[in-house]
Design a binder for this molecule. Structure first.
Ligand SMILES: [Zn+2]
Length: 286
C-alpha cells in the first residue's frame, strides 16, 4: 500500500496495461472524515484490509484505491484483479475506488481536493468512453452517499455546469496521446499565449511537440512542469491566451488571398489558424 497523488495513481493504472472497463465509485461510510487526521490514510486503509480479509473473507482489500479527504489515493488490491465492488459488475477489470467519508446527507461533504481526485479519475474514463458507475445504481444502498448527485458529478467530469447547483469546477486533464476538440482549443491557447507549434500547429493531437510546448509554458509561469494540462495549467493558459492585445492605438492587419471559391478561402483560413493566426473571411461583391 502506498499513498499517491491522483496523477501518480493514473500513471500506475496506465503502466499496468490493464484494459479497465468501468470506474466504480463508493464511499467507505466508516471510517469517515472525523477518523482522518491528515497523516493516517495508510493506517486506515490497512485497517480496512484487515477487516475485509478477516471479517468478510475477501482475498484482499476490496478496492483498488481509497481517495482520502486530502485528495491523495492509497493503493489497495492490484489492478487487473477483480474487485469486490458491485455484485454482478466485478468482471472485466473495473476500477474500484472507495472515497473515505460518509457522504449521506447531513454528514461529510464531497468537495475540494477529494472531489477533484474523483472527477479527474472520471475524466480519464470519460475520455476513453468508459462508463462511470455509482454503487447505488446496482444495489439498494445509498453508496457513494445520498449527498452525491450523479448528474452533478458527471457534469463536473464533462466540465459542464448544472443549472442552479454548485459545480466542483470544470477540471481538465489533457496529456500526450489525447486528441480532439479539447486538445485543439488548448493548442490555440498556447499559440495565443505566444508559444508556437511550428511543426504541427493546432491539429487537435497532443503529441511530443505539444507536450514540450506545455512544459515550456509551465516553466515560464512557475507551474509544476509535467507536460500535462491539469486545472492549474489550464487556468493559466486561459488567462494568458485571453490577455487583451488590442488595447493599442493602431493595429496593422494583413490581408492575404482572394478566391472565387469559398472552399479555397476556408482552406487557407484553416491553415493559418493552425499556425496560430486569427483569421476571418470577408465576402465582397454579390
Ligand atoms: Zn459501495
Amino acid at each position: 500500500m502506498e499513498v499517491l497523488d491522483v496523477y501518480q495513481f493514473i500513471n500506475r493504472m496506465e503502466a499496468s496495461g490493464v484494459d479497465f472497463s468501468e470506474y466504480h465509485v463508493h464511499h467507505t461510510y466508516a471510517p469517515d472524515h472525523d477518523d482522518f487526521n491528515g497523516t493516517n490514510g495508510l493506517i486506515l486503509n490497512q485497517n480496512m484490509r484487515r477487516y475485509h480479509m478477516e471479517e468478510r473473507n475477501f482475498q484482499d482489500i476490496a478496492q483498488h484505491g481509497t481517495a482520502l479527504p486530502d485528495g491523495n489515493i492509497v493503493t489497495g488490491r492490484s489492478f487487473g484483479t477483480d474487485p469486490a465492488s458491485i455484485s454482478g459488475q466485478n468482471d472485466n477489470n473495473p476500477l474500484m475506488i472507495e472515497t473515505l467519508g460518509n457522504f449521506d446527507m447531513g454528514h461529510d461533504q464531497l468537495e475540494g481536493k477529494q472531489r477533484a481526485t474523483l472527477i479527474i479519475l472520471g475524466q480519464w474514463f470519460e475520455q476513453r468512453g468508459k462508463y462511470i458507475r455509482f454503487h447505488n445504481e446496482n444495489a439498494a444502498k445509498s453508496c457513494p452517499g445520498t449527498g452525491v448527485d450523479k448528474d452533478q458529478f458527471m457534469a463536473d467530469v464533462r466540465g459542464e455546469k448544472v443549472k442552479g447547483t454548485k459545480t466542483g469546477g470544470g477540471k481538465v486533464l489533457l496529456r500526450n496521446g489525447d486528441s480532439g476538440s479539447h486538445v485543439k482549443k488548448m493548442q490555440r491557447r498556447l499559440q495565443q499565449a505566444g508559444f508556437k507549434l511550428p511543426k504541427h500547429g493546432a491539429d487537435g493531437d497532443f503529441g511530443d511537440e505539444t507536450e514540450e510546448t506545455v512544459r515550456s509554458f509551465q516553466e515560464k509561469y512557475d507551474l509544476k512542469v509535467d507536460g500535462v494540462v491539469g486545472p492549474e495549467t489550464n487556468g493559466k493558459l486561459k488567462e494568458e491566451a485571453g490577455r487583451d492585445k488590442t488595447s493599442v492605438d493602431q493595429i496593422y492587419k494583413v490581408q492575404i488571398g482572394a478566391f472565387e471559391d469559398k472552399g479555397n478561402s476556408e482552406e487557407l483560413a484553416k491553415e493559418l489558424e493552425a499556425k496560430g493566426f486569427d483569421t476571418y473571411i470577408v465576402k465582397e461583391g454579390k
